[in-house]
Design a protein around this ligand. Structure first.
Ligand SMILES: C[S@@+](CC[C@H](N)C(=O)[O-])C[C@H]1O[C@@H](n2cnc3c(N)ncnc32)[C@H](O)[C@@H]1O
Length: 301
């Protein structure tokens, strides 16, 4: 396996995924009862945007760095409209993470240096009654993740296959679970099979569990089959959120990305509907577009 998330941390895909993750956590926390958050593909937890890897691709420049302008208002090119609530909370969490990692840099002037991966963002957002299990298969990434999560006794970093963890962890004793599936997609079709098998198995074990599946989009035609298969999942509802930062005219690069939300919380579609246009405007390069559709929706009885 060659994938290292350090090359991609903070790119437009991370923005959509991490913003939605925080939004989902917040929605689940509207109830007092705790929940399990299973992050099947955790990565190393925290990333440095001035690292060799991040600088080599500069992907954060097309992602978080376009949205989080820390310069004083008078130096910003054009004052943007206040971001919608879900995006505002995500930007605030990222700003705070960096300010804590590099005290003094949160003064509103220095560029962002530290960016949290999904397990670290989640660990920081969880309450004492919530629990995080984050899996990572590469030993070096896992070692970094275990170190990053050490301050949170209710957050566990497991060196294991995340798909197998779905079977091992569900049903969660908390009776509420959110499973984030964010694989490297080194073998696209095979990854779809693994994802859908894991989600089906998870739903069989825990029908009300919530799944958030991230996937890259090169050509839209390439995801048609995934979406058809997602619509057939034995779940109450499946919501698709898609963000294209440019036309899907090249099969060689990631032109957009999507999130499949299986059993999303009540009205989460409305929160996304408020937010996707802001991401499209803020992150789009050429002819950007966004889509939000129910692939499956069971009518209330
Ligand atoms: C896209 S990155 C994850 C990024 C992370 N979710 C985030 O948002 O910060 C995918 C990670 O999954 C790891 N990985 C690949 N196959 C895996 C598997 N079967 N189980 C667990 N981790 C795996 C890779 O080593 C890589 O670190």
């Amino acid at each position: 396996m060659n994938y290292k998330h350090s090359f991609h941390a903070g790119n437009f895909a991370d923005v959509l995924k991490h913003m939605a993750l925080l939004g989902l956590i917040e929605a689940l926390q509207r109830k007092e009862a705790g929940f399990l958050l299973l992050d099947t593909h955790g990565g190393r937890g925290g990333y440095l945007l001035d690292s060799y890897e991040a600088q080599k691709t500069s992907e954060a420049a097309g992602g978080i760095l376009r949205l989080l302008d820390r310069r004083p208002v008078e130096q910003q090119p054009k004052r943007r409209q206040a971001p919608p609530p879900m995006l505002a909370r995500y930007l605030e969490a990222i700003d705070r993470f960096d300010a804590e990692a590099f005290p003094g840099s949160g003064s509103g002037i220095a560029p962002l240096r530290a960016y949290p991966g999904s397990p670290l963002l989640a660990a920081r957002a969880l309450r004492p009654q919530d629990r995080l299990v984050a899996c990572e298969l590469q030993p070096s990434e896992h070692a970094a993740l275990a170190k990053a999560l050490a301050p949170w006794p209710r957050a566990l970093a497991e060196l294991r296959d995340g798909y197998a963890a779905v079977k091992a962890q569900l049903p969660a004793p908390e009776r509420r679970a959110l499973v984030l599936i964010d694989p490297p997609f080194e073998a696209q079709e095979a990854e779809y099979d693994a994802i859908l098998t894991a989600v089906r198995e998870g739903l069989r074990r825990m029908p009300a569990a919530l799944f958030a599946v991230w996937f890259p989009i090169k050509r839209k035609a390439g995801i048609a089959r995934l979406l058809r298969r997602a619509a057939d999942l034995p779940a109450k509802s499946v919501l698709l959120a898609e963000l294209m930062v440019r036309p899907d005219d090249s099969p060689l690069r990631m032109n957009g990305c999507g999130l499949l939300l299986v059993n999303p919380p009540y009205r989460f579609d409305q929160a996304l509907a408020q937010t996707l246009p802001a991401l499209r405007e803020g992150l789009g390069e050429t002819l950007p577009s966004a889509r939000l559709d129910w692939l499956r929706r069971e009518e209330a009885a």
